[in-house]
Design a protein around this ligand. Sequence first.
Ligand SMILES: Nc1ncnc2c1ncn2[C@@H]1O[C@H](COP(=O)(O)OP(=O)(O)O)[C@@H](O)[C@H]1O
Ligand SMILES: Cc1ncc(COP(=O)(O)O)c(N)n1
Length: 275
Amino acid sequence: MDRPVALTIAGSDPSGGAGIQADLKTFHQLGAYGTAVITALTAQNTQGVTGVHVVPAAFVAEQLETLLADVGIDAVKLGMLATAEIAETVGRFLAAEPLASAYSVLDPVMVATSGDRLVDEDATDAIRELLPLASVITPNVPEAAVLLGVEPAVDVPGLRVQAERLRSELGAQRVLLKGGHLGGEQAVDVWADEDGVREFTDERVDTKNTHGTGCTLSSALAALRPQLSDWPGTARITKFWLTSALTNGDRLEIGHGHGPVDHFTELNDTRGTQP
Ligand SMILES: Nc1ncnc2c1ncn2[C@@H]1O[C@H](COP(=O)(O)OP(=O)(O)O)[C@@H](O)[C@H]1O
Ligand SMILES: Cc1ncc(COP(=O)(O)O)c(N)n1
């Protein structure tokens, strides 16, 4: 399969670094044909979110029904699911054909890099119900803590414990627990699946341009998985590509806050990656 069709179900970020806009750029850059169902409009720039306008859940369902009646989807990425009702609606589609047979990546988005809340607090339970339905989930440190109802991890051993608990206690099939928020010399992500727990490590890039890194990572996984042979290999390649995209972020000057990564980064661009 050389041109898979990827779907993002997520919110809009007018500044183009996160959400639907980041997902479509990532899909295109990594060789997938991009399709999109929008769950919410945000008023957002590189400095913060000033407003959220939620799409009614029934219209999220109508977008999905109309799209899926016509277009075959190989991989789906789920991002900002703004309300409990939207999360439940999307869950019904994820549990049924045709999406149940697609590769699926759930990024349990809750709060933007700027600290602004993107998802209603009472949507957490509905998002927790979605965890077993996705092929892989990609929480960051605060999101893993909220989902588990524990304090955030402060080091890599703590990440390993929480990644495994998301699988064994909350039923996730595979977990990529992102360690970007831990700080330190290296950016360590922890992978947990039925074969055990492993770490994906890369050099930390010294940059403030981290807006949309989580969105970009999850959409890259969805774009690449149909083109590669297994999930852990896809996760490793995706992380190396993201490090290069973070490094290349200095080629852009977008906004005055946390700028975006450079999605226009070749898959074999090894700037910033360890040999
Ligand atoms: N400065 C950085 N250098 C290299 N990798 C980073 C950096 N910041 C984040 N990452 C990586 O980007 C991805 C997303 O990071 P994280 O900040 O944990 O999630 P989110 O963007 O969802 O808050 C992870 O793979 C993480 O390791
Ligand atoms: C519409 C939308 N969705 C998600 C994010 C999270 O972004 P990040 O990848 O920085 O966590 C965002 N800022 N805006």
